[in-house]
Design a protein around this ligand. Structure first.
Ligand SMILES: Nc1ncnc2c1ncn2[C@@H]1O[C@H](COP(=O)(O)OP(=O)(O)O)[C@@H](O)[C@H]1O
Ligand SMILES: [Mg+2]
Length: 330
């Protein structure tokens, strides 16, 4: 495979276990998917489905007590799970960037945003402090921060939530990464700003060829952004589909339910004023998942066959983990 057709990220059979007081549980269970070079892939699912744990496993930033037990995480052809910690540290923040929902990674409140951008640039590139400062101003300009040469000296608390997220993105894009992992990057922001932030990822892709792996619980956010969507439920990928087909004809009953929730309020995200109504029922706690199909207790189409583990059924570039797809329609 040549450089341009090779996916930037290829995850195969990734499984991650967490240790709790009651035992060891699989937060990420045999997850496989790819992010094409300069592509836009979204991982969607309710809170608790294992999205963040998947991202943290890829970045090898999981907590102690969390163990990656199987899988291959190929980033530009090399398995990240085999790298030494110092090699991994070098990749994070340079070729492999990340942006999280604000409260998780917030900026250091004691340091100006310019200083924080300069530090990251200088950690990965041989440039002088003066050059780095100049580049910081450029980056702030590129992420749409007004008067960047003044704002570069601002402290995080002097900026709005949306501006702070733009600074995070400026830091992430500083070294022209091949892949940006964005975990709920717009969740804390209002709807208008959400759209602007997603536009920004699109711009970065066009200008730098940076692929985006967007993680969100909100299928409405996905509609206007991603090319390919992965739906996660209780630690497993339950559907994988190009975005148009996903909305036109969702294969998995869980995806169908999610889409009904979104279409009740419009998928463009602009007409929405309230949180989405949730799919009826609750995602099973990691410690008490049902056997067989994990969505079974909430599924309107559940029947006896769903007591067995559902097969992964693929057709025409799409796939879903549901027995209905392998049964003949009556
Ligand atoms: N450090 C941890 N130790 C134990 N369990 C965890 C830890 N982090 C997450 N979990 C559990 O793993 C599951 C997946 O969590 P997470 O990946 O954060 O979900 P999501 O990002 O989809 O909301 C949840 O059941 C959560 O309670
Ligand atoms: Mg999460």
């Amino acid at each position: 495979m040549n450089e341009s057709s090779r996916p930037v990220l290829a995850i195969r059979g990734l499984s991650t276990e967490v240790q709790t007081r009651r035992g060891v549980f699989r937060a990420v269970d045999d997850v496989s998917f790819t992010v094409p070079a300069a592509g836009k892939v979204a991982l969607v699912g309710e809170s608790g489905s294992g999205k963040t744990m998947t991202a943290l496993s890829v970045l090898r930033l999981t907590d102690p007590g969390v163990r990656i037990v199987a899988g291959v995480v190929e980033f530009k052809g090399q398995d990240l799970l085999l790298l030494r910690e110092n090699q991994m540290r070098h990749l994070r923040g340079s070729e492999l960037a990340m942006v999280f929902q604000e409260p998780m990674t917030s900026l250091n409140p004691m340091l100006s945003v310019g200083y924080q951008i300069v530090e990251t640039l200088r950690a990965h590139q041989k440039i002088s402090r003066k050059q780095a400062k100049q580049r910081a101003v450029e980056l702030l300009h590129r992420v749409g921060i007004p008067s960047p040469s003044t704002r570069v000296d601002a402290y995080p608390h002097q900026l709005s939530g949306g501006m702070r997220q733009r600074v995070m993105i400026a830091i992430a894009m500083g070294c022209r990464p091949s892949l940006m992992i964005a975990d709920e990057p717009t969740t804390a922001l209002d709807v208008t700003i959400q759209g602007q932030i997603l536009d920004l990822f699109e711009q970065i892709r066009e200008q730098d060829g940076t692929a985006t792996w967007l993680i969100t619980h909100d299928l409405g956010v996905v509609a206007g952004f991603a090319e390919h969507v992965l739906v996660m439920y209780a630690g497993q990928i339950v559907e994988s589909s190009p975005v148009k087909e996903l909305f036109r004809s969702p294969l998995h009953p869980y995806t169908q339910a999610l889409i009904q929730c979104v279409s009740a309020v419009g998928v463009d995200g602009t007409t929405r004023h309230t949180r989405l109504p949730l799919v009826e029922g609750r995602i099973a706690d990691i410690e008490s998942r049902p056997s067989g199909c994990r969505f079974r207790p909430r599924c309107p189409r559940a029947h006896e066959a769903c007591l067995e583990d559902p097969p992964w059924v693929e057709k025409a570039g799409r796939g879903a983990r549901c027995v209905l797809l392998s049964e003949k329609e009556p």
